[in-house]
Write a protein that binds this ligand. Structure first.
Ligand SMILES: *[C@@H]1O[C@H](CO)[C@@H](O)[C@H](O)[C@H]1NC(C)=O
Ligand SMILES: *[C@@H]1O[C@H](CO)[C@@H](O)[C@H](O)[C@H]1NC(C)=O
Ligand SMILES: *[C@@H]1O[C@H](CO)[C@@H](O)[C@H](O)[C@H]1NC(C)=O
Ligand SMILES: *[C@@H]1O[C@H](CO)[C@@H](O)[C@H](O)[C@H]1NC(C)=O
Length: 550
């Protein structure tokens, strides 16, 4: 075993590493520059160089954590091999003798004592982690081990009393990615709960809806060990807050710490999100472009902020996450996480003697992008009873409905509509339908001007601003023109002779292609079977006639 290598000076190790980066990256750099066809424009070149710069920062931080391990190991060797054996070091022997000669005292015995300084670790701030040997182990991990991507999106999710928006959030995030971005990103869902049954339930919901994304490695799911959390009932109450609130915000800090620590090594940039948000189309392209622009202009940013609310849509360099992680660990019980972020930046950049400039100083490194790319959709905060009506005014308008050209029909609705949001206008693609509290037996009826063969149908309920306003337990039924079909026993037929061709699923969508044998139909209707606690929105109606081209 070569002790010499382990004790190589850190500076040399670092230089070796940089040479390595040089060897690997410079040719790679040329390769990238030559192989991309539209590289002629100077902008693209500048952007590519910025991309490589941040990538090197990321690799450097990865290297640093390896270096830490090495440091510990070499200290260990140092102590066990050298501590008490000064005959290994002839210079030291001379020095000792010399000191003895000139001082005649015990001064020389203080040399090379074999004692090292020990820094406090996270365990000082989170001592409960020492109570359980598995405290830092994951209790759940569904992963394809994707790493080295450009952008990692971290989504903490917790059990909510009412509706859980996670699926809507994921759909919106995935819809906003190009094919290329899908291969170059990672979405980490952190289920911040300890009940294994709940964790598995959420994971299987995700799998049901996003099997392909899990399979490709775009989505990962993780959950903490129960030992990761302290006894929340015993936390000191701070800031004069209620126990409930102290618990909620302390846990949120620890959740962010967990998620950021997990994600830190996975990609160049990290973006903090929540489980009740929606994203603008092409949000990823916009974020990456903005980040690389700042980097290539050498603007020393710490946070790029793509949403004005709380901690949503904040982008960091992964290499800088350790700052946040340690800060949140130290004060997890003292302040909410978004305040801590503010304090961290204030501490880093504000001059206490020129306090008036603090705001401007902070704005230089905490850069807000407008308009916002993320909007809060949740109205029920995970803090019980706290209704979260905060919306980001910078987000602007999003599509609340998707218009289509539908076959001519006479429309009647058993559900009373709100304001101008009538079913007729929704059918014509002028707005969405918004109905008050559906009741069992309520029907939305589309009677076609002349009987049609339906090739495909799609009804989407709920919309971006009101994701819970869906149709629940509602079937799609048609009345065939030819009654002989009703005698067939292969289909579900209602008492009044309608054939059931579909049903709204848990995502609030009913779609399909009816059996060809049904032939022409006179009427299509939506039939509500259960009472609903919510109003109901139809944000997309599309009935495709066999004859029509679209
Ligand atoms: C100290 O080092 C010398 C030379 O490397 C070796 O001969 C000796 O056994 C060592 N003594 C102890 C106590 O390790
Ligand atoms: C220390 O003193 C002794 C005796 O006086 C002498 O032989 C020796 O060279 C001195 N050593 C050093 C390092 O000064
Ligand atoms: C008939 O309805 C039941 C209950 O909704 C369903 O399980 C079954 O698949 C349906 N059959 C057909 C042929 O659609
Ligand atoms: C749907 O409604 C029917 C009729 O009221 C009821 O029997 C059934 O349990 C409901 N299904 C769900 C999933 O709520």
């Amino acid at each position: 075993m070569s002790v010499v290598n382990l004790t190589m000076s850190p500076l040399r190790k670092r230089n070796c590493f940089l040479v390595l980066i040089g060897i690997v990256f410079v040719p790679f750099c040329f390769f990238v520059l030559l192989s991309v066809p539209d590289m002629s424009s100077e902008d693209a070149l500048v952007q590519r160089i910025a991309e490589l710069q941040v990538r090197i920062q990321y690799l450097d931080s990865m290297y640093r954590s390896r270096q830490e391990d090495l440091q510990q190991l070499s200290q260990h060797f140092d102590q066990s091999f050298n501590a008490d054996n000064t005959s290994n070091l002839p210079h030291l022997q001379d020095m000792k003798q010399f000191l003895k000669n000139i001082s005649g005292l015990h001064v020389s015995s203080g040399l090379n004592p074999g004692v090292s300084l020990k820094f406090p670790t996270a365990y000082q701030f989170l001592p409960h982690l020492l109570d359980d040997p598995t405290s830092l182990r994951l209790s759940y991990l569904l992963s394809k081990n994707r790493d080295g991507v450009s952008l990692v999106l971290g989504i903490p999710t917790v059990k909510r009393e009412k509706y859980n928006y996670l699926m809507d959030t994921l759909q919106s995030l995935i819809d906003g990615l190009t094919d290329e971005e899908i291969d170059d990103s990672l979405i980490v869902i952190f289920i911040a709960e300890i009940e294994l049954e709940y964790i598995v339930k959420v994971a299987s919901e995700v799998e049901k809806k996003f099997a392909a994304q899990l399979e490709s490695g775009l989505i990962e799911i993780i959950a903490p060990s129960p030992g990761y959390y302290p006894n929340f009932e015993k936390l000191p109450l701070t800031l004069g807050d209620s126990p409930e609130r102290v618990k909620w915000r302390s846990k949120q800090n620890l959740d962010y710490v967990f998620l950021m620590s997990y994600c830190q090594t996975k990609g160049t940039f990290y973006v903090q999100l929540e489980d009740d948000i929606m994203a603008k189309p092409a949000y990823m392209t916009t974020m990456k472009k903005f980040a690389l622009e700042k980097t290539s202009k050498k603007e020393p940013w710490i946070i790029l902020d793509f949403c004005q609310l709380g901690f949503i849509g904040k982008m960091f360099r992964s290499a800088e996450l350790p700052w946040l992680i340690q800060f949140f660990q130290m004060f997890f019980n003292d302040k909410p996480v978004d305040w801590l972020l503010d304090y961290l930046i204030t501490t880093k950049v504000c001059n206490w003697e020129k306090r008036d400039n603090c705001k401007t100083d902070k704005a230089k490194v905490w850069i807000h992008y407008k308009p916002s790319l993320f909007q809060h959709i949740g109205e029920h905060s995970s803090l019980k009873g706290k209704v979260q009506k905060l919306k980001d005014k910078q987000f602007g308008k999003v599509a609340l409905y998707f218009p289509h050209k539908n076959p001519e029909a006479e429309i009647t609705s058993g559900i009373k509509h709100y304001k101008q949001y009538s079913l007729k206008r929704a059918y014509l693609g002028e707005t969405f339908f918004w109905g008050l509290l559906p009741q069992p037996g309520d029907q939305l009826v589309f009677k076609f001007a002349s009987p049609i063969v339906i090739k495909k149908f799609l009804f989407r309920s709920g919309n971006a601003e009101h994701p819970t306003d869906k149709f629940y337990n509602t079937t799609v039924e048609v009345q065939p023109k030819n009654s002989f079909y009703q005698n067939s026993n292969v289909v579900n037929i209602t008492q009044d002779g309608f054939i059931v061709i579909g049903k709204f699923d848990s995502a609030g969508v009913a779609s399909g292609s009816p059996d060809e044998n049904i032939g022409k139909v006179n009427v299509l209707r939506l039939n509500v079977h259960s009472e609903s606690d919510n109003w109901a929105i139809l944000s997309e109606i599309h009935i495709q006639d066999k004859l029509s081209r679209r």
